[in-house]
Design a protein around this ligand. Structure first.
Ligand code: AMP
Length: 230
C-alpha cells in the first residue's frame, strides 16, 4: 500500500431492527476503520451539552420521540467529528439520513461505498414486536428467543405480560414507515452515484459473510483484522 492509497469512506444503512448494529460491530471487529454512529454522537453531545446549539441541547425529547434533529445541526456535528478522523477509514452509521445530509456530506468527502441492509418488512416487524414484559417484576421475554411457558403469561407470577408502547405493532410500523420515507431518497441518490451495495436477507448471520466478502475487495483500502467468524 503506497502513500497514495486512499482511505475507505463508507456508510451503512438499514432500518431499525435490520441488524445494522450487529453488522457494524462485526465490521469494526474485522476491519480497521472508525465507526461513527450519529445516535451515539448525539447522545454524547447531549450529555456533555457541547456543540449542539442551545435550543437543541435541552431537546433530548427530539431523540426520545424519534424525531430527526434538524439537518444543519446534524450535518455540522457529523462533519465536525469527521474532521478529527481524516487519517482513518471510516464507516458512518445513522448519518446521512436525509437527502440534504447526503449532499452536505458529499461536498466534504467522496463516499466510496454505501452498505444497505435490506431485510423484509415483516421480518423486522416480527423482531421488533417480540418483546413482552411483566410490569411488576420487570422480567423480559422474547417470543422468538426466550418465550414464556404459557403465551402472554409470566412464568413465575402467572400474571399477564404487556408490550411497551415502543414495541407495539402500530408503533413499530410507524417507525419503519418513517425510516423508509426519510431514507428512500438517500438510497436513490447513492444508487445513481453507483456506490450503493444492497445486501438482502432475513438473518444477520446469513447476510454477514456477503458483507465481509464485499469489504475484503476493499482491502488494502482498509486493513483486515481477522477472519470471517463473527
Ligand atoms: P439512532 O440511535 O440512530 O436511532 O438515533 C437516535 C435519534 O437521534 C433519532 O431518533 C434522531 O432523533 C436522532 N438522529 C440520529 N441520526 C440522525 C440523523 N442523521 N439526522 C437527524 N437526526 C438523527
Amino acid at each position: 500500500m503506497g502513500a497514495s492509497a486512499r482511505l475507505l469512506r463508507a456508510v451503512i444503512m438499514g432500518a431499525p431492527g435490520s441488524g445494522k448494529g450487529t453488522v457494524s460491530s462485526r465490521i469494526t471487529k474485522h476491519f480497521a476503520l472508525k465507526h461513527l454512529s450519529s445516535g451515539d454522537l448525539l447522545r454524547d453531545n447531549m450529555l456533555r451539552g457541547t456543540v449542539v446549539p442551545a435550543p437543541f441541547v435541552e431537546k433530548t425529547t427530539f431523540i426520545d420521540q424519534g424525531k430527526l434533529i434538524p439537518d444543519d445541526v446534524m450535518t455540522g456535528l457529523a462533519l465536525h467529528e469527521l474532521r478529527n478522523l481524516t487519517q482513518y477509514s471510516w464507516l458512518l452509521d445513522g448519518f446521512p439520513r436525509t437527502l440534504p445530509q447526503a449532499e452536505a456530506l458529499d461536498r466534504a468527502y467522496q463516499i466510496d461505498t454505501v452498505i444497505n441492509l435490506n431485510v423484509p418488512f415483516e421480518v423486522i416487524k416480527q423482531r421488533l414486536t417480540a418483546r413482552w414484559i411483566h410490569p411488576a417484576s420487570g422480567r423480559v421475554y422474547n417470543i422468538e428467543f426466550n418465550p414464556p411457558k404459557a403465551v402472554g403469561i409470566d412464568d413465575l407470577a402467572g400474571e399477564p405480560l404487556i408490550q411497551r408502547d415502543d414495541d407495539k405493532p402500530e408503533t413499530v410500523v410507524k417507525r419503519l414507515k418513517a425510516y423508509e420515507v426519510q431514507t428512500q431518497p438517500v438510497l436513490e441518490y447513492y444508487q445513481k452515484k453507483g456506490v450503493l451495495e444492497t445486501f438482502s436477507g432475513t438473518e444477520t448471520d446469513k447476510i454477514w459473510p456477503y458483507v465481509y466478502a464485499f469489504l475484503q475487495t476493499k482491502v488494502p483500502q482498509i486493513n483486515q483484522k481477522a477472519s470471517v467468524t463473527p
